[in-house]
Design a protein around this ligand. Structure first.
Ligand code: PLP
Length: 374
């Protein structure tokens, strides 16, 4: 029998009665848009990470777009983001008319390399663009190096928007993602560490003015009078039903994050001699959106994946192509020294089946299949 890459059924079995009751409650009160569960969830999400304000929205891509709208970037502006990420990170920049400038990663963490960021900023300026902001990504659930990035942002007068679609609840030097950058966004896509049963997203900030602005932008730029829209916005609300489901998932999220550490440690203990296993720097805590390792020099990734698959162990490559090598983004500016670490990661990474309910026997099956594949 094949192992599930992400098993959402195990979690559902644990809280099904509570989720059913929450759904019934929404069906009874009938407030499907902006019902009471939405506000309740926003308050609890903000409490969870220690941010002052949380604004829920329709998905993680909209969350990024609303944040870029609020922070400000447009024609002639440059926004710096990693190339080794999901397309939505850079897409939000293009949608606002600004230009993404791609930054390399540190291969040890798969996150933005501050030295590459500095080169990219100087390069964008030399090309006549106005640097506006930085979007570090908490890839695979591990927070980016915010201290180093924020120091550069402060010196250069740039804003920092954390794309924590994969990293909500991750820890960085005593802080939780959501309460680190000027604005942080996350996604509740079902397979993310905190996922709903459809699309959903949220934005976090400590800045009251930004919070009010994004609250307006997600409902067509509403003002205090319902039919006097003060600005151009969009429609990006989180459904009440999704908020209701998320409330029950959030209630067990801290417990699940703890369980994720155990699963990750089990893999690392067993596989660190055979592959390049993930590195979590001192003072960091990952939520393990993916457990991603790399093949070593001379190992054939595709052959290993094929052999694991024969043993019923699915593996996935996140991401086989960095953004600067994708059709829609190939003309974007990059760190002038190139993005060699992003390219190396794309050629060597693969992710293992992972979720907080992965038991020891199943983990051992994954480990055995990988060792046999070598
Ligand atoms: C999933 C993801 C997004 C987009 O979230 P959606 O809810 O699918 O729109 C953005 N950035 C990163 C890094 C992601 O992994």
């Amino acid at each position: 029998m094949s192992i599930a890459f992400i098993d959402l059924a195990a979690q559902q079995a644990r809280i099904k009665d509570k989720i059913d009751a929450r759904i019934q409650q929404v069906l009874s009160h009938g407030k499907y848009i902006m019902g009471p569960e939405v506000k309740e969830l926003e308050t609890k999400l903000a409490d969870f990470c220690g941010a002052k304000y949380c604004i829920s929205c329709a998905n993680g891509t909209d969350a990024l777009m609303l944040a870029v709208m609020a922070l400000g970037a447009g024609r002639g502006d440059a926004v710096f983001c990693p190339s080794f990420t999901f397309a939505a990170t850079a897409e939000a920049v293009y949608v606002m008319g600004a230009q993404p400038v791609f930054v390399d990663i540190d291969l040890a963490t798969y996150n933005m390399d501050p030295a590459s960021l500095e080169r990219a900023i100087a390069h964008a300026r030399a090309q006549g663009l106005t640097p506006k902001g930085i979007i570090p990504v908490d890839l695979f659930g591990l927070p980016a190096d915010y201290d180093a990035i924020q120091a550069i942002a402060k010196r250069e007068g740039l804003w920092v928007l954390g794309d924590s679609a994969q990293g909500f609840g991750g820890v960085y030097k005593g802080k939780t993602t959501g309460a680190i950058a000027d604005i942080t966004t996350t996604s509740f896509f079902p397979a993310k560490p905190l996922g709903c049963y459809g699309d959903g997203g949220a934005i976090f900030t400590d800045n009251e003015e930004m919070a009010k602005l994004m609250d307006s932008l997600r409902v067509h730029g509403k003002g205090s009078h319902k039919y006097d829209n003060e600005r151009i916005g969009t429609n990006s609300r989180l459904d009440t039903l999704q908020a209701a489901i998320l409330l029950e998932k959030l209630a067990i999220y801290a417990d699940e994050i703890a369980a994720r550490q155990i699963v990750a440690q089990r893999y690392t203990n067993a596989l660190s001699n055979s592959f390049v296993t993930p590195h979590v720097p001192e003072g960091y805590g990952s939520v393990w959106a993916q457990y991603t390792l790399r093949v070593q020099e001379g190992q054939d990734r595709e052959a290993i994946q094929a052999k694991a698959k024969e043993q019923g162990v699915p593996t996935v490559v996140y991401y086989p192509r960095p953004l600067h090598q994708q059709t829609a983004y190939q003309d974007a500016l990059c760190d002038p020294e190139g993005l060699s670490q992003s390219e190396a990661a794309a050629k060597s990474v693969f992710s293992l089946p992972f979720h907080p309910y992965l038991d020891e026997a199943t983990s051992n099956q994954v480990i055995a299949a990988l060792k046999a594949a070598l």
